[in-house]
Design a protein around this ligand. Structure first.
Ligand code: FE2
Length: 364
C-alpha cells in the first residue's frame, strides 16, 4: 500500500527543548562532533527563546531553551525535562501536508506559515503525534540560506572533529499502555505509513522488564519510527520508567548512522560519552549467532559494540546512557552491513544491562 497524499523526503531536523541551550550545544559539539550552523536569540530579536542549530552529515539538531518563565518552552521543559519537541519532516509542499493530515484526523499544531528573509522563504506547518511531540512539515525549496528565516549563521571559532554521523537511521517513540496500536494506526491513516516490523514481549523480555514495538515507515523508507509500549513483567519496564520521568509519551532515542562504528565509538568514549555496559560473555555466542563479520570481535568487545543479523546481512549497534539528568532520552549508534532490522537478537543482553542501571537508580 503506497500513499500519494503525503510525500516526505526525509527528516529535516530534530528540535529539543532543554534547560540550557548554550551548554547543550557545547555538549553536542564537543562530545558528538556536531558543527555550528545557525542561531536565534536576543541578538536576532527573539526575546522568548534561544536556539542553537547543529549539523553533521544529514543530521540537524536544534537546542532550544526559554528566556522567560512563561514561555511554552519553559513549560515543556519543566514537565518533561530536556527532550524532543519537534520531529521536523522535509516536504515539497507544507500546505498540502497540513491539509491532508488534518483532514485525516491529525490534531493541528501550526497552520501553514510562510517565513521569509533575504535568502528566500520557508513554509512550515505542524501536527501533533504522541504526547506533546509535534511533527513539523518543512518546505524549503525556495530557500537557499543555511537553516531558516529567523536564524542567523552561527559564527563560532570553536570547532570540533566530526564523528562521522551520516543520517538519522530511526527515531523511537515511547507511548503508554495500550497506545502502541493506536499510535501505529495514526501513522497508517493520517500519514500513509506502513508497518515495517513488529516485536512483542516474547522477543523482548527478561525476568523483569518487557516491551512491545511496532516500526512504521514512509514510502521511500527514509523515515522509520519504532513505537514502543510497556509490557507486563515482574518489575517495572524501562518504558514505564521513561513515562514516569518524562511525564507522558515522547521521543526515546535517535539512532545515528555511521559507516565506521569502531571509529565513532572509540572517539565518543574518548570524549566522555558513556554507553550501556555489555557483559563480556555476550561475545561468546556472537560467532555462532551471527557468523562471519568483517570486524575484529576483540575490538567490538573492548568497545561494547553489539552485533546482530537478519536475512539481508548484519548490523553493529551500541546505546548510550541517558544524555540528560532524567533517565529518558538516549542515542543509538548504528552501522548497517546489509541488515534492515533493529537488533532483536541484542534485546535480551541490552535489557539486562538497562535493568542494572534501573536498579542503581532505584526505579526497578
Ligand atoms: Fe533503535
Amino acid at each position: 500500500m503506497s500513499n500519494t497524499f503525503l510525500k516526505l523526503n526525509g527528516t529535516d531536523f530534530v528540535e529539543f527543548y532543554v534547560g540550557n541551550a548554550k551548554q547543550a550545544a557545547y555538549f553536542y559539539m564537543t562530545a558528538f562532533g556536531f558543527q555550528p550552523l545557525a542561531y536565534r536569540g536576543l541578538e536576532t530579536g527573539d526575546k522568548e527563546k534561544t536556539s542553537y542549530v547543529l549539523k553533521q552529515g544529514k543530521v540537524t539538531l536544534v537546542m532550544t531553551a526559554a528566556l522567560t518563565p512563561d514561555s511554552p518552552v519553559a513549560e515543556h521543559q519543566k514537565l518533561h525535562g530536556d527532550g524532543i519537541k519537534f520531529i521536523a519532516l522535509w516536504v515539497d509542499d507544507a500546505r498540502s501536508a497540513f491539509e491532508e493530515t488534518t483532514k485525516r484526523g491529525a490534531k493541528p499544531f501550526l497552520e501553514p506559515t510562510v517565513i521569509k528573509d533575504d535568502d528566500g522563504e520557508v513554509v512550515k506547518s505542524g501536527i501533533y503525534t504522541y504526547g506533546e511531540t509535534v511533527h513539523l512539515f518543512i518546505e524549503r525549496k525556495n530557500y537557499k540560506g543555511s537553516f531558516m528565516p529567523g536564524f542567523v549563521k552561527w559564527e563560532s571559532e570553536y570547532k570540533t572533529e566530526e564523528i562521522g554521523f551520516k543520517y538519522v537511521d530511526h527515531l523511537v517513540g515511547n507511548v503508554g499502555w495500550n497506545e502502541m496500536e493506536k499510535t501505529a494506526q495514526f501513522y497508517y491513516d493520517v500519514m500513509g505509513f506502513t508497518k515495517f516490523a513488529s516485536f512483542d514481549d516474547k522477543d523482548i523480555s527478561t525476568d523483569y522488564t518487557a516491551l512491545q514495538s511496532i516500526v512504521v515507515t514512509n514510502d521511500n523508507r527514509r523515515i522509520k519510527f519504532p513505537i514502543n509500549e510497556p509490557a507486563k513483567g515482574k518489575k517495572k519496564s524501562q518504558i514505564e520508567e521513561y513515562l514516569d520521568f518524562y511525564h507522558g509519551p515522547g521521543g526515546q532515542h535517535i539512532a545515528l548512522a555511521t559507516d565506521n562504528i569502531i571509529h565513532a565509538v572509540s572517539e565518543l568514549r574518548k570524549r566522555g560519552i558513556e554507553f550501556l555496559y555489555i557483559p563480556d560473555d555476550y561475545y561468546d555466542s556472537v560467532p555462532e549467532r551471527v557468523g562471519e563479520i568483517d570486524e575484529d570481535l576483540k575490538v567490538l568487545k573492548k568497545l561494547g559494540i553489539l552485533v546482530d543479523k537478519d536475512d539481508k546481512g548484519y548490523l553493529l549497534q551500541i546505546f548510550t546512557k541517558p544524555v540528560q539528568d532524567r533517565p529518558t532520552f538516549f542515542f543509538e549508534i548504528i552501522q548497517r552491513k546489509g541488515a534492515e532490522s533493529f537488533g532483536k537478537g541484542n534485546f535480551k543482553a541490552l535489557f539486562v544491562s538497562i535493568e542494572k542501571e534501573q536498579e542503581r537508580r532505584g526505579t526497578l
